[in-house]
Design a protein around this ligand. Sequence first.
Ligand code: FES
Ligand code: FES
Length: 150
Amino acid sequence: MKVSFKLNGRPVEVDVEPNEILLDTLRLKLGVTSVKRGCERGECGVCTVLLDGEPAYSCLLLTAQVEGREVVTVEGLRGDELAEKIARSLVEQGAVQCGFCTPGFILTIYAGLKKGLIKNVEDAKKLIEGNLCRCTGYLKILKAVEKLLA
Ligand code: FES
Ligand code: FES
């Protein structure tokens, strides 16, 4: 089946299997490698994308479900002032180690800040609870968000 949607501001049309997940379409057919494969069951957040501006796990979405919708990955936020500030703050606080989780964190924090959902570190803690990081211990990630709020 053919599915059409907007990816990082551009219209795309792809041939997919009815049971194909968005994670596979993005990585294997559209070359979007910032979206990572982790648990594949909605637990780790490394496959996060923004779907119509909301963080969503691409491992839990069928590609057919994004017909007519807008998908954004970190590739699409290149040059975006807020996204670049978030990335810089994560780097400055040492919150990027292996980097496998980083695109997912950037997208989740980006959506939260855009919507005014992060007023303090407690808000940030709640917001990022669906994104796992096996390297940093989270304190540096939260510090990076705190710096952004200062
Ligand atoms: S790979 Fe999607 S939540 Fe882990
Ligand atoms: S920096 Fe390695 S998983 Fe987060």
